[in-house]
Ligand binder design. Structure first.
Ligand SMILES: [Zn+2]
Length: 441
């Protein structure tokens, strides 16, 4: 490809590169060249396009009791015969013991009265299959049954499937992304082809959360001794702290290690929220000084929740609480807004605090606050920029910009470069909202 030293290697950029020394492919980017090669092979009749799925063989039998029995019998005369549909579902026999056998066979193989049966086709003696289906089997379609759990005539009624399917949003562990996702889609597509379900795909949206690791950054396991028991955390720090910490621990999709310091930090934050009642003033309004902060936080938290960015939503609420303490004052209206925003993360403490500051209503009955885009925009001012007392340009700055910020903005402005580059800045005079004068030599 272009630019490469072919003495060293035959190609370099296999994603974005452009073909050279390749006959009719010269000048084409990789993607287009691949298309063109395929067409060329097909035209010549020496190849054809084919999609390869990364499907692995699925060993669909287990030698254990707990699993769906496989509805097949082995007849002496007919070989393997399926059980007629009228006899489905085939149920597991009730047993005293479902321990594994000494022979490695399924525990069901020991239950002779269940194993020995007759062939549905010819009536001769036959034996049931004693292996059971793997857990993947049930997990591939269980959610379909949720749409109609008491239906004894069908997997689910058409009306219920029409109403509920496809699943709006399916979330699972990262470790299930490949296999469970593949299997459940495979089953669903089969069921769709035979007309049992009404949608070609089972889910509209699929997400996976990262794994929470032990404090030593390894997968939690008994043998490693790094398991955190949530009950212990709830006992020591409360359920809200546990819930909040799990939301705050890191990016939704990433695996992150547990941290007891992080847990303590969340508890401290909730304590700070609790104590806001001490600096609350009885005013249902948002104060003008807090308006921008409040609206920014409503927007940030609302959008972050929708995008599973719980950690940054919580960080925004933490900084709002810092602002309240810095002002040493929070209005009842501001505190109520915070409590609603925080409620999904810490439902108990927020509801309790709500009833303390407003005993006639419940937080749970409130509507989600809305933000006003106009109140988020910080006030800006246009100032004149002078060099050695002569106006050379203008800058738009936040109304409360510091001298440092104004100076930075001026020195980063391309149009003003000529007035100071190569010179020494000896003095800066800044009149907020009016003028920035830079004296150079
Ligand atoms: Zn038979």
């Amino acid at each position: 490809m272009a630019g490469g030293d072919i003495e060293k290697e035959a190609y370099e950029d296999i994603e974005e590169g452009v073909m050279v020394n390749s006959g009719f492919l010269n000048g084409l980017p990789v993607k287009e060249a691949q298309q063109k090669i395929t067409e060329w092979l097909e035209e010549k009749g020496i190849g054809r396009a084919k999609v390869n799925y990364k499907l692995r063989d699925w060993v669909f039998s287990r030698q254990r009791y707990w699993g769906e029995p496989i509805p097949l019998v082995d007849c002496e005369k007919c070989g393997w015969v399926p059980i007629p549909e009228s006899e489905l579902p085939l149920m597991l026999p009730e047993v005293e013991s479902y321990e594994p056998t000494d022979t490695g066979e399924s525990p069901l193989a020991n239950i002779e009265e269940w194993v020995n049966t007759t062939c549905p086709k010819c009536g001769c003696p036959a034996k049931r299959e004693t292996d059971t289906m793997p857990q993947w089997a049930g997990s591939s379609w269980y959610f379909l049954r949720y749409t109609d759990p008491h239906n004894n005539d069908a997997l689910a009624s058409k009306e219920n499937l029409d109403y509920w399917m496809p699943v709006d949003w399916y979330n699972g562990g990262m470790e299930h992304t490949t296999l469970h996702l593949l299997y459940s889609r495979f089953w669903h597509k089969f069921l769709y082809d035979i007309g049992v379900v009404n949608t070609p795909e089972p889910y509209k949206k699929r997400t996976s959360h990262g794994m929470i690791l032990g404090e030593n950054n390894e997968k939690m396991s008994k043998s490693r001794g790094n398991v955190i028991n949530p009950d212990d955390i709830v006992r020591e720090f409360g359920a809200d702290t546990l819930r909040m910490y799990e939301m705050f621990i890191g990016d939704f999709e990433r695996s992150v290690p547990w941290s007891m310091n992080g847990v303590r930090g969340c508890r401290r934050f909730l304590d700070r929220v609790w104590r806001l009642q001490d600096i609350m003033v009885d005013d249902e309004n948002i104060s003008p000084e807090m308006e921008t902060n409040i609206h920014k936080t409503i927007k940030k938290v609302s959008e972050d929740y929708e995008n599973l960015k719980y950690n940054t939503a919580i960080a925004a609420m933490m900084s709002l609480v810092n602002e309240f303490y810095a002002a040493n004052r929070v209005t009842k209206g501001e505190l109520k807004t915070l409590l609603i925003l925080l409620n999904p993360v810490a439902p108990h403490i927020t509801e309790e605090l709500w009833t303390i500051i407003d005993k006639d209503s419940r937080l749970i009955h409130q509507t989600w606050p809305e933000w006003d885009e106009n109140k988020i925009v910080e006030e800006t001012v246009e100032i004149a920029v002078q060099f050695n007392g002569r106006v050379r340009g203008k800058l738009v700055l936040p109304a409360d910009a510091s001298e440092e910020e104004a100076r930075e903005a001026a020195l980063n402005d391309e149009k003003l470069k000529g007035y100071w580059e190569g010179k020494k800045i000896v003095k800066v005079i800044y009149v907020p909202g009016r003028i920035l004068n830079i004296v150079v030599k």
